[in-house]
Ligand binder design. Structure first.
Ligand code: C2E
Ligand code: MG
Ligand code: MG
Length: 736
């Protein structure tokens, strides 16, 4: 259009021009600001209006290659309709293009309706928003509905990653380090789009500071996000991100009750991407949902923990123990291993609880739980079964010694005093052990057998461990019959006390008598104590029987004294169970009082093994007896594997060297040396020494040579009934 004509259109002076003329002028392609292009069916440009020439300067040059013309011919040929609209992109700008096929002139006229770049961007953003919103909704529903927290997070991150078209989505947690307890960053969850491998370099188990990320921590802690292009980050952060192949990062805080517990991040690894406000708010919304899920998980964990743990000691409870045991059994079978179940019961806990109150009792249980945990190997489990009962699972057992070792360690764990609120307590424990084998092949039986073994341990005087054994638990019928009739032995007066004189080597005089029990059974004849005392121990009958022996022996000594015979001590044996009975000291005092025997004429014998079971306990009981004036003696010395140094803490008067040493005295020089050493050491500790079981003259000679004071043995006297013993005493130590 000639310049003057164009000016006419805009010129106010044209106001008066005819309407028709103006309409004609306005429709004139030359005037229209929208580009108009015409091509023929060969694809050659036939017309280009000035707007088109201005907008697309290289149109002529590019020809069919130009996006405006590309595909027009084929579109017209394939399209049934003569007009259609399409969108084209030219140098980053998007246009709506209207296309008309003018059949009458065989031309294609195309008209750029408008530029829609911005609209397109808005649309894209809107649909991205839609996608993100949908993703948040979908992810939130996973986080709410999915029972497994891990699965829920995995699903949520995948949905988010896909919707945000990110390459990676991360969830970091702040956790206390298992050893140092310092707060450390841990990558807990990661989603990567299928084109990307998960990052090789992970942020794990180190503090934000160590990673050089203190800035992030401070920002995130105050609720701010970290967002931007890697190359715009400070150098240390850049290095870290580059190592992970990240080009752009968006990180938002994960907070619960105002406390930062982690970070949620989106990363782009292929291009530099500016994160939109909307993406950030989506991520924040997601962070809130995830924090909600975390909170629910924590609550669930707590509920689950409470259901499976004892709240006082924080140990697993019975339910969890059963479950762990059931899981361990197939493993043991598969690996051809054994496992052990230990049932542990605190000795005399009830009396502590009753006398000190439940608060201290509870504290004691807590301390016990801690000691038990410390005494076990990694992988072992200790559970509180209830009250003062604990169960222990030792998996992966290859040799019984491993169990013995742990059992000993557990008993040792009780050797030191417990200090609670200024009080000092000594508590011991009894352990019953069942091993996974043919006799005990399922969880229930194992526990039952460990429990049965515990009772054996209790019967054996507490503070010890016992293994369950099928043969031990089933008594032979003869023993069963004997146990039954033993119950009546006392009332039927079938029990008899024999007396074995103790002789002073130097003077040859009788210095004491040992009371030794016999059972005059109507059918079986005279039954030796080694046979029936264990039965009496097991059934508890030892208590009344022992009391009867003590009374009989004291009475007898008093009779001898009143008969004008030289004063001597009467020695009475106390079994482990007798020694452990709470009323021992009172019973002894009462019997002495009732019989009128002076305490110094009574000697109580406990074996070395009884003495060392619980040295503190032994010491306290012996001290009370010593204060009363009673003499105390260690019987069967040398068989209990203890040492004199341990025994020297006890207020003792007499040491009786076990018969097994005397038997080998003359045949084994090593034994002779040992006996000599025992005598020497015993004397240096101020103890009187008695050799038991002296049968031969040579034995006596040797004992004499090493200055052992007393002997007891068949060489002089066998254990004798009271009348016989009286006779001997009357004869001044000579048998008639
Ligand atoms: P003990 O206290 O060590 O008693 C010594 C044992 O050695 C006695 O066996 C005695 O007869 C035996 N003996 C003594 N001299 C000789 C000897 O020269 N050669 C041999 N071969 N043996 C000798 P006894 O009377 O059969 O008692 C066995 C154990 O039974 C006692 O060992 C003691 O531990 C226990 N006992 C005996 N009476 C009682 C009792 O009233 N109460 C308790 N709790 N235990 C008792
Ligand atoms: Mg004895
Ligand atoms: Mg003995």
């Amino acid at each position: 259009m000639p310049k003057n004509e164009r000016e006419k259109i805009r010129h106010p002076a044209l106001k008066g021009a005819s309407e028709v003329a103006l309409a004609r002028l306005a429709s004139f392609p030359e005037l229209i600001p929208n580009p108009i292009i015409e091509i023929d069916l060969e694809g050659s440009l036939t017309y280009l209006n000035p707007a088109a020439a201005l907008k697309f300067p290289n149109l002529r040059e590019a020809g069919q290659q130009h996006p405006i013309l590309a595909g027009l011919l084929s579109a017209v040929e394939n399209d049934q309709e003569n007009s259609f609209v399409r969108e084209v992109e030219v140098d980053g700008e998007i246009f709506e293009q209207s296309i008309h096929y003018l059949a009458e002139s065989d031309l294609i006229r195309t008209f750029i309706v408008r530029e829609i770049t911005e609209q397109k961007q808005v649309e894209a953003e809107l649909s991205q928003r839609d996608r993100l919103l949908q993703a948040v909704a979908e992810a939130t529903s996973y986080l709410l509905a999915e029972l497994n927290y891990e699965t829920a997070i995995d699903k949520a991150l995948a949905v988010l990653g896909k919707a945000a078209q990110a390459h990676r989505v991360y969830l970091f947690e702040n956790n206390p380090h298992p050893v140092t307890e310092e707060m450390v960053v841990n990558l807990r969850f990661e989603w990567t789009c299928s084109d990307y491998e998960p990052s090789v370099y992970h942020w794990q188990d180190d503090s934000a500071q160590a990673f050089g990320l203190s800035r992030w921590k401070t920002a995130l802690e105050s609720g701010k996000s970290i967002s931007g292009l890697t190359r715009e980050f400070p150098t240390t952060e850049q290095e870290l991100l580059t190592r992970c192949g990240i080009q752009s990062l968006l990180l938002v805080p994960l907070r619960l009750d105002e406390k930062l517990w982690g970070y949620l991040g989106l990363a782009d690894c292929s291009c530099e991407r500016q994160w939109s406000k909307h993406e950030e708010s989506t991520l924040l919304a997601m962070a809130i949902s995830i924090s909600g899920a975390k909170q629910r998980q924590q609550v669930e964990e707590r509920i689950c923990y409470q259901a499976l743990h004892d709240l006082l000691t924080e140990l697993p409870n019975r339910l969890l123990f059963n479950e762990l045991l059931s899981n361990a059994l197939p493993n043991a079978k598969r690996n051809d291993e054994s496992l052990a179940v230990i049932f542990l019961d605190l000795d005399q806990f009830k009396s502590i609880n009753d006398s000190l109150g439940h608060t201290l009792g509870d504290q004691l249980l807590k301390s016990v739980a801690k000691r038990l945990r410390d005494a076990l190997r990694a992988g072992d489990t200790v559970a509180r079964w209830g009250g003062d009962e604990f169960t222990i699972l030792l998996p992966r057992i290859h040799q019984i010694e491993e169990v013995v070792h742990v059992a000993r360690r557990i008993l040792q764990a009780f050797e030191n005093a417990f200090y609670l609120e200024g009080h000092e307590f000594y508590v011991s424990a009894s352990l019953g052990i069942a091993l996974f084998n043919d006799d005990s092949s399922d969880a229930e039986t194992l526990i039952k057998h460990a429990d049965a073994a515990l009772y054996q341990a209790k019967d054996a005087g507490r503070n010890n461990y016992q293994f369950y054994s099928a043969s031990l638990s089933t008594k032979t019928p003869k023993l069963l019959i004997m146990e039954k009739s033993l119950r009546h032995a006392l009332e039927r007066e079938e029990l008899v006390v024999y007396y074995q004189p103790r002789v002073n080597i130097a003077t040859g005089k009788i210095t004491g008598m040992e009371a030794l029990l016999r059972w005059q059974h109507p059918e079986m004849g005279l039954v030796a104590p080694n046979v029936f005392i264990p039965l009496a121990e097991e059934s508890g009958l030892i208590i009344p029987i022992g009391e009867w022996v003590l009374r009989t022996a004291c009475k007898q000594n008093k009779i001898w004294q009143e008969g004008g015979l030289p004063s001597l001590t009467i020695a009475v044996n106390l079994s482990l169970k007798q020694f452990r009975q709470p009323k021992l000291v009172e019973t002894v005092a009462m019997i002495l009082q009732q019989t009128g025997l002076e305490p110094r004429f009574l000697e109580l014998e406990i074996t070395e093994s009884t003495a060392i079971e619980d040295l503190y306990f032994t010491e306290s009981v012996l001290q009370k007896l010593e204060n009363m004036g009673v003499r105390l003696s260690i019987d069967d010395f040398g068989t209990g594997h203890s040492s004199l140094s341990r025994l020297q803490l006890l207020p003792l008067h007499n040491l009786k060297i076990d018969r097994s040493f005397i038997q080998n005295l003359t045949t084994d020089t090593k034994v002779a040396h040992i006996v000599k050493a025992i005598v020497g050491l015993g004397r240096s500790l101020g103890l009187r020494l008695t050799a038991e079981g002296v049968e031969k003259e040579e034995e006596l000679e040797f004992l004499k040579s090493i200055h052992c004071e007393d002997v007891q043995g068949f060489l002089f006297y066998r254990p004798l009934p009271a009348e016989k013993a009286t006779e001997i005493l009357l004869n001044g130590g000579v048998t008639s």
